[in-house]
Design a protein around this ligand. Structure first.
Ligand code: 13P
Ligand code: SF4
Length: 340
């Protein structure tokens, strides 16, 4: 059994090994983790970990971010490096750099890049080099305020839903926001049109959260008039506005935990987490807004985790070149400093 192999290897390595898991991992994986959390919580913990071997059960950008902030004696592994976040791949670094440079040169304005943590390391490098930073869904409001204070406008990427939901929460008027047309390498952007905008938004999105529809919320409200609806801010703005609450995966867990017994709570996020909430809180009526699994999160299995742990000494680990690491670390560190 793979679970026996994992248990054996954990015993063998003891405190030298830490297995981290994002909330969207399956229960089979979560059961083996030493630490589970949302993107911010996990990123924050890396440096404080005693372990020299850090195995990240999540998608690639999470392991890569851990590799950026790790200490020198630590190595970061992911059981399947092909577990990429589709949204993260919507903003390649070369294009972000090209669009940002053009916007600044042609408008004469200082534009601060603010990258959602769901981005490749090289995008974080672009942010670090241009005085920008990183955010997660848990601190997007705080980090957008931070970025606004540093320049004339902010380029938020790659999640347009998180950008629009954060703008709404901060009271940034819709006419001050602009979703960029990045086709033809960004040459179609009318720079004159960007000049009075506070927030320039990359048009990426997460298909797993985009799948939810306003009608689903309406249907639950009709069937359960007293229900509460909570969703992840990667969902479209019209859904966030119709919900009772929206926040990171840890926010969703906290909300359910604090709700009185008997409450019906409709949860709009990745299905592994919603089903876990249902099991964790049987005294509450937890209903999925819809079924939506992240197929990349699902690439981490007990099989590939067991195989990695059996070959830890020789397995390839996540690393980034110094050229990428230093500016990317600076961008991440700015976020960690603001959100201590
Ligand atoms: P959290 O930061 O809320 O855990 O979300 C990460 C993510 O990828 C959501 O799709
Ligand atoms: Fe990326 Fe969406 Fe999967 Fe999160 S749920 S890892 S944003 S594809």
């Amino acid at each position: 059994m793979y679970s026996d192999i994992i248990a054996e290897q954990k015993k063998k390595y003891g405190k030298r090994l830490a297995i981290l898991g994002h909330h969207y991992q399956s229960d089979a994986i979560i059961n083996h983790t030493d630490l589970k959390g949302d993107s911010l919580e996990l990123a924050r913990r890396i440096e404080q970990l005693e372990a020299e071997y850090i195995v990240f059960c999540g998608v690639h950008f999470m392991a890569e971010s851990a590799a950026i902030v790790r200490r020198e004696n630590q190595k970061v592994y992911i059981p399947d490096a092909s577990a990429g976040c589709v949204m993260a791949n919507m903003a390649p670094a070369w294009l972000v750099d090209k669009v940002l440079t053009r916007l600044m040169e042609e408008s004469g304005r200082k534009i601060i890049p603010l990258a959602y943590v769901n981005t490749p390391a090289a995008v974080k490098t672009v942010c670090g080099k241009h005085g920008g930073t990183v955010c997660t869904s848990a601190n997007a409001e705080k980090m957008l305020r931070w970025a606004q204070e540093k320049g004339d406008a902010v380029l938020f990427l790659p999640d347009r839903n998180l950008a629009l939901n954060t703008a709404e929460a901060l009271g940034i008027a819709p006419e001050k926001c602009m979703i960029l047309n990045i086709r033809s390498e960004g040459t179609l952007i009318d720079v004159a049109e960007t000049k009075d905008k506070e927030l320039l938004i990359w048009p990426g999105l997460c298909a797993i959260h985009q799948r939810f529809k306003l009608d689903q919320i309406k249907k639950f409200r009709a069937e359960y008039p007293d229900c509460k609806v909570i969703i992840h801010p990667e969902c479209p703005p019209e859904l966030v506005q119709a919900a009772d609450g929206s926040g990171s995966t840890s926010y969703l867990i906290k909300y359910v935990n604090e709700a009185p017994a008997g409450t019906t709570i409709v949860v709009g996020t990745e299905t592994n987490l919603v089903l876990r909430l249902k099991d964790m809180f049987p005294e509450k009526n937890i209903l999925p807004l819809g079924t939506s699994y992240c197929s990349n999160m699902a690439k981490i299995t007990e099989k590939n985790l067991a195989e990695l742990l059996q070959n830890l000494e020789t397995a390839p680990y996540e690393d980034v070149s110094d050229e990428i690491r230093e500016p990317a670390r600076l961008a991440l560190q700015r976020m960690l400093d603001v959100c201590k």
